[in-house]
Ligand binder design. Sequence first.
Ligand code: AMP
Ligand code: ZN
Length: 469
Amino acid sequence: MVEIRLTNTKTRRKEGFTPLDPSNVRLYLCGPTVYDRAHLGNARPVLVFDVLVGLLRHVYGADQVTYVRNFTDVDDKINAEAQRRKGLGSPLSLEDLISERTEETIGWYHADMDALGAARPDFEPRATQYIPQMITMIETLIARGNAYAKAGHVLFRVRSFDDYGKLSGRSVDDMIAGARVEVAPFKEDPMDFVLWKPSDDDLPGWDSPWGRGRPGWHIECSAMSAELLGDSFDIHGGGIDLQFPHHENEVAQSCCAHPHAGFANVWLHNEMLQVEGKKMSKSLGNFFTVRDLLDQGVPGEVIRFVMLSTHYRKPMDWTDVKRAEAEAVLRRWRGLTAGIEPAATPAPAVIAALADDLNTAGAIAALHELAGQGDGAGLLAGARMLGLLTDDLGGWAEAGDEAGALIEALLAARTDARKARDFARADAIRDGFATAGVEVKDTVAGAEWSLATGFDLARLKALVAEVGS
Ligand code: AMP
Ligand code: ZN
């Protein structure tokens, strides 16, 4: 059997992976808070886990893996958005506005991640459907002395868990010294974090032993993972930004509530995505969603390729140059594999790279070699381990083929127009290319063309109709 090695944040080492139960390998990925469209960075953990789950299914069997990714559908940002809509005069109740917002966002999320070829997890629990389990877990923590109720709040007593800080490599005292921990009158210690908080009448709330209220964020994942995967499971992941405090707090809650279980065996954290070398942020104006890119005509497969070209433990940079290169490579590979059946087993070099701490960049290098050898069947089988060159993601390349035929015809028409000294027609074609997003360079060898990010097939077709071909 292939040995998978993964870098475990818990031990800070690359380790051989041994599942607790090889007939049911269990993973949990922290999912999105559903108040807005997923930005490009949010897609990174999804794609990393998609490849990981695919590798685990390849090694342990398609039905021997259980993958859970939650939706956080109770959150102050969701409430704020619903209140904003109410303020704009919506006749709906706040509750309806909240569920309208979360349903809408979950629909977008599914559509966007589907477009990147990410398989849906086996379970997608929503926090609001697990409130009783959260309440039970909080009661257990209180009974064990790890939590206390005060003024409608329940807080986790951080000092009661000796291993607090171990996952993220921080000491509690350092954290207090440098931290922006919230001091509040209902806290015994500023480090303590919220398990439950009161809701006033304008906010969603559930009845609990501590009054009407709502859960804190961290308890959601502890309760949902225990319910769906058990008190101990194999791999827990998310972006590195979640390591502290979210994952540290999950560990504290779960290990204290289930002291004889180990919670997650392996912690996997992806580094952050940047844009053209800078942190993606709204204030820098380089913030965009997955949907923005798709709407600009960047194919989901191209986004997936660029994302997987960088190892998950390195910061990754989204650039337009990478986008264009990925598009060219995929177009070439799709040409090379057209009408070919994939090899029965993926090339060992591809599997070896993925098994080595999910080295997707190494796997892509192995694919380049297969392509260089003209091994279409091997290339196809290997690429599919990365979720590339699949039938589902191929529509854009066909559209590209169609575009190619139209562009060639228009270029020929432009040549004819020039010969006939019909400069108005030649100029109309040039301008039409520009508006459709086709970049044309005239070289001594003839015209070279490429599709710009905003390429629009409908406009190209309109151009053909307008000027003829
Ligand atoms: P959130 O909805 O903010 O909790 O984020 C959902 C997931 O996206 C989490 O696993 C985050 O760690 C991850 N994430 C957020 N921003 C980025 C980024 N810029 N790069 C990579 N992952 C990110
Ligand atoms: Zn979580």
